[in-house]
Design a protein around this ligand. Structure first.
Ligand SMILES: C[S@@+](CC[C@H](N)C(=O)[O-])C[C@H]1O[C@@H](n2cnc3c(N)ncnc32)[C@H](O)[C@@H]1O
Length: 225
């Protein structure tokens, strides 16, 4: 495991949530956020380079290290990195892991990665910055590389389901707005940004918490031209 503290001192407000973030996400989603991340595992291949942007406590990065991918984590919160480090200490493939304590916009290894993963990450930005972050993530991919986005799914189904989906998202949004100062915004339709970024959607999976909120989360897999 290699830790590059490139931007120490630039920690954001997720520090305060680091010790409970994954547990609360698991509880709030009835295990479906983890199911969403696990659905992405077939795209992690031995010896391929996989970047996790805003990786938090790294539960999904661990899934890729288990597949013997070469994994890079870029994360702004030192406390989140601390949570990730605990998971990887003593792991048989821990030499496959590089951790950058920095802002994703400072990560400039263009055209490097086979896969870039942004799980529940792009929604930390207001829309104008989200579209810049998405374009930046695409620039880090090799041609033919895959961008994977797991996140809240845009409202779908009947009126009641759409209402429940939006309420579920607003609750999470408000909670993190209070704790981390995340901007309040509608659920993003990431697919709307794919064409302009040279991405083609190849796979889409949906996840339904507690059998109640149909398609609350989705995992999008897109390939760079
Ligand atoms: C909502 S959490 C998601 C964490 C993780 N991907 C997951 O699904 O469990 C967003 C994470 O992005 C990190 N983050 C926010 N802005 C960032 C930036 N500009 N560069 C790198 N990480 C950032 C936060 O510190 C936080 O850990």
């Amino acid at each position: 495991m290699e830790l590059k503290a490139a931007s120490l001192g630039k920690d954001n407000n997720y520090d305060s949530t680091a010790w409970f973030y994954e547990k609360v996400a698991h509880f709030f989603s009835g295990g479906q956020i983890l199911a969403c991340k696990k659905s992405q595992v077939p795209h992690f291949k031995k010896d391929e380079k996989v970047l996790f942007a805003g990786s938090g406590g790294g539960e999904d990065a661990l899934l890729a290290v288990n597949k013997e991918s070469y994994v890079t984590i870029v994360e702004l919160s030192g406390k989140m990195i601390g949570q990730a480090v605990k998971k990887f200490k003593g792991h048989q493939f821990d030499s496959h892991l590089k951790i950058y304590h920095e802002n994703i916009f400072d990560h400039q290894l263009k055209g490097t990665y086979d896969v870039v993963v942004a799980n529940f990450f792009l929604n930390v930005f207001k829309e104008i910055d989200m579209s810049k972050a998405l374009a930046h993530l695409v620039s880090l991919l090799k041609p033919g590389g895959k961008l994977i986005i797991g996140d809240f799914s845009p409202p779908s189904g009947g009126v009641i389901n759409k209402f429940v989906q939006k309420t579920h998202f607003r609750l999470a949004s408000l909670f993190f707005n209070l704790l981390t100062n995340n901007p309040i915004h509608p659920i993003y339709q990431y697919q709307d940004y794919f064409k302009e970024n040279g991405l083609t959607l190849i796979e889409k999976n949906f996840f339904t918490p507690l059998g109640l909120i149909s398609d609350a989360y989705c995992s999008l897999i897109a390939v760079k031209d």
